[in-house]
Write a new protein. Structure first.
Lengths: 166, 166
């Protein structure tokens, strides 16, 4: 598998992954009817960097990294990860999260924060815990799940300074 | 005291307040060298609505309201409040926060969230608690205070549905 920084042209392969996940309304705080051009802005244009994980030229997963806050909060980054449904169960989320932590340290970040993990997304919560993230906040009813209604969202956080550098 | 929606022209009176608070680097996640045009974008152009509290044509305080997340999170709003240093101790923050909760309900929001309250900002933490906000998260070392270094930031949250409407 090859990991590389994404270019705008990668939106063609990122879009089907993004669209499927956003339209489900179960895990990300994006409108279910988010358009391709909005996705381009959210995933590729606004973040500091975006990466794709590809196999034989086919994008299987992607993540972005950006500052979570400005000024006094700009030493903490935020990442978002998406895996193509056909590629789930192969450890891509783990590989991307580990890669993102190394990139975060290279970029000078000291911590990583996930602002809005749906508490119903048990697989993600378990995985982030396994990768060293602590649940540092719980937002009551903050996530309106497409089928389950108002569920809690979690804030997850990891201080990175002690991590080994690339 | 008059409360009204702000227009872009109000940046002239908002800017000195914003600049003093941002430059202090003690309470808001804005760069200390944030420019006037960036402040215009942050405080007036990007939010859903911005209000000013004025006395004899002089702006003493201002707040914005916007969605804290999109899609499955767009029923929770976020607000930011600033009071001119000369007008502190007169209950303006309380009045603005109460006004913002009423506006939030009118706009259809169900909850209000503050993402990044510096734990060293004891007055604000106490005030938000008094006004019904719970501390639902603590982000270790997420706020780099200008003089105190890395301090925790708090996530504060209030469900609004039971509030009396305007």
């Amino acid at each position: 598998m090859k990991i590389r920084e994404a270019s705008e042209a990668d939106i063609e392969q990122i879009w089907p992954i993004f669209h499927e996940i956003a339209a489900a309304g179960e895990t990300y705080a994006y409108r279910r009817d988010t358009t391709k051009s909005e996705a381009l802005s959210i995933w590729l244009a606004s973040p500091q960097k975006t990466f794709v994980f590809e196999e034989d030229g086919r994008v299987l997963g992607t993540y972005y990294i950006k500052s979570n806050q400005q000024g006094p909060g700009d030493h903490v980054c935020n990442c978002g990860y998406m895996v193509a449904s056909a590629a789930r169960g192969r450890g891509l989320a783990t590989a991307m999260c580990q890669h993102s932590q190394e990139v975060a340290i290279q970029l000078g970040y000291k911590a990583m924060q996930f602002n809005f993990v749906a508490s119903t997304n048990g697989g993600a919560v378990l995985l982030w815990h396994k990768l060293g993230f602590a649940t540092v906040g719980r937002l009551p009813g903050a996530f309106c799940h497409h089928s389950k209604g108002y569920v809690d969202a979690l804030v997850m956080y990891k201080w990175l300074e002690a991590e080994t550098e690339l």
